[in-house]
Design a protein around this ligand. Structure first.
Ligand code: GLA
Length: 408
């Protein structure tokens, strides 16, 4: 029912974009050689980031989400070593990790390498189960995805690492198994991000039902529409703990409502009428969190139906409503994000706008008709500049076909 791909052409990544990526990856290989020296072939991979258009804070509540991969992401350059040592370095972050393949850290170090080390632990265990000792390697990370902006640089790194190691070690893991090791770094995130990256397909939104993992690709015609991402450049130190707090609040709301909803296994299963009937018994804060989740589930289904009807304006309207709910019921917006959304939705040709990722700063995603780009740019820059005295970064992203090895 969802795969109405025949109505649209599914485009590959544009030629210009492909050439830019090729150039960037070759430069990344040169940086690898400068850092690690030596000889022997260096393999290169690209792994995209993502934006989420619908289903805000639903993944850890078992709800549906609609993300799409973007043509910015992580670059990985890897060369095996014969001495069992592993060296991880990054062109974007300070500090390097050097260790023995057989001696992986048990605890996170609260450094950038916690993400790849988490994956390394998972894949080493997998490799061990296959009776293969883990071999050493040098690995340089880099890329063109802003870190901490809500574009899931962490899932991009994790899925990219999983793919690179799976291919280097001959594990041949299917894409679905390349999902990130998430527990290691202490963020209680849901499953959306690794799926959005790992199952990406160009020209499509991913429909993912986080309760049962069922998924489908939903075409979004890139000839007619485009996605802009406006970055507030606000990065909150407290974002991770505030995110974990939302996860806990939703779990608590579910624990209190579940006895009144037979068969419910997650917050998404609670009916809005049940919440309304029990509202008086719930802490008002928990009731607002649950209300966001339940209404966002309904909005995400409505957005999917609109997309299937070819009603992009209807889809965009749900995005904008989602933002209002994130602001007033879920309390994860900030004035910088609200200013960008308000400026964007007042612009001719804009179909919808909302914060993407967890919130507390980061980016707004805007769905717009092609041709509306200059006006959008002028409006958001003026409104943001007038209020905050500086410019946001606004970029127009293309889609991406997912993590892959690059063979020049
Ligand atoms: C973060 C998390 C995701 C998801 C979003 C909110 O980006 O990593 O798993 O929960 O927030 O929709």
């Amino acid at each position: 029912m969802l795969a109405r791909a025949g109505r649209y052409a599914l485009p590959a990544v544009s030629e210009t974009r492909r050439l830019e990526l090729e150039r960037a990856l070759l430069e990344h290989r040169a940086l690898f050689l400068r850092r690690f020296g030596g000889d022997g072939p260096v393999r290169l991979w690209f792994s995209p980031g993502r934006v989420n258009l619908m289903g805000a804070h639903l993944d850890y509540n078992g709800g549906p989400v609609m993300p799409t991969a973007i043509d910015r992401g992580t670059f990985l350059a890897l060369r095996p070593r014969s001495d069992g040592r592993i060296q991880l370095a990054s062109t974007l972050e300070l500090g390097e990790l050097e260790l023995e393949a057989g001696d992986l850290p048990l605890q996170p170090a609260r450094r950038w390498w916690d993400y790849p080390v988490g994956v390394l632990r998972e894949l080493s265990a997998h490799s061990g189960r296959l009776g293969r000792p883990v071999a050493g390697f040098d690995l340089l990370f880099g890329g063109n995805l802003p870190v901490g902006a809500g574009l899931s640089s962490s899932a991009s790194i994790c899925v990219g690492t999983a793919l690179a190691l799976s291919e280097t070690w001959g594990l041949c893991l299917p894409r679905l198994e390349l999902v990130a090791e998430r527990g290691f770094v202490g963020v209680q995130c849901g499953i959306m991000d690794p799926y959005a990256v790992g199952l990406a397909r160009a020209g499509s939104l991913l429909w993912l039902d986080c309760k049962d993992g069922s998924n489908a690709w939903m075409p979004l015609d890139p000839e007619l529409h485009t996605i802009a991402v406006a970055d507030t450049l606000v990065r909150r130190e407290l974002a991770q703990s505030a995110f974990n707090e939302r996860v806990r609040q939703c779990a608590q709301a579910f624990a209190e409502l579940a006895p009144h909803q037979p068969g419910a296994t997650c917050l998404r299963d609670i009916r809005l009428e049940t919440l309304e009937a029990r509202r008086g018994e719930l802490d008002p804060l928990l009731a607002r969190r649950a209300e966001h989740v339940l209404r966002e589930v309904a909005r995400t289904f409505a957005a999917r139906d609109a997309l299937l009807r070819g009603d992009l304006a209807g889809f965009g309207a749900q995005m904008t409503r989602a933002h209002a709910s994130l602001r007033t019921l879920f309390d994860v917006s900030v004035p910088e994000l609200d200013t960008l959304v308000d400026a964007a939705v007042g612009c001719e040709g804009v179909l919808g706008a909302r914060l993407t990722g967890a919130g507390f700063g980061g980016c707004v995603v805007v769905l717009l008709r092609r041709g509306a780009e200059p006006e959008l740019l002028a409006r958001v820059q003026n409104a943001f500049g007038a209020r905050f005295g500086r410019a946001p970064t606004v970029e127009f992203f293309g889609g991406d076909e997912g993590p892959r090895e690059f063979r020049p």
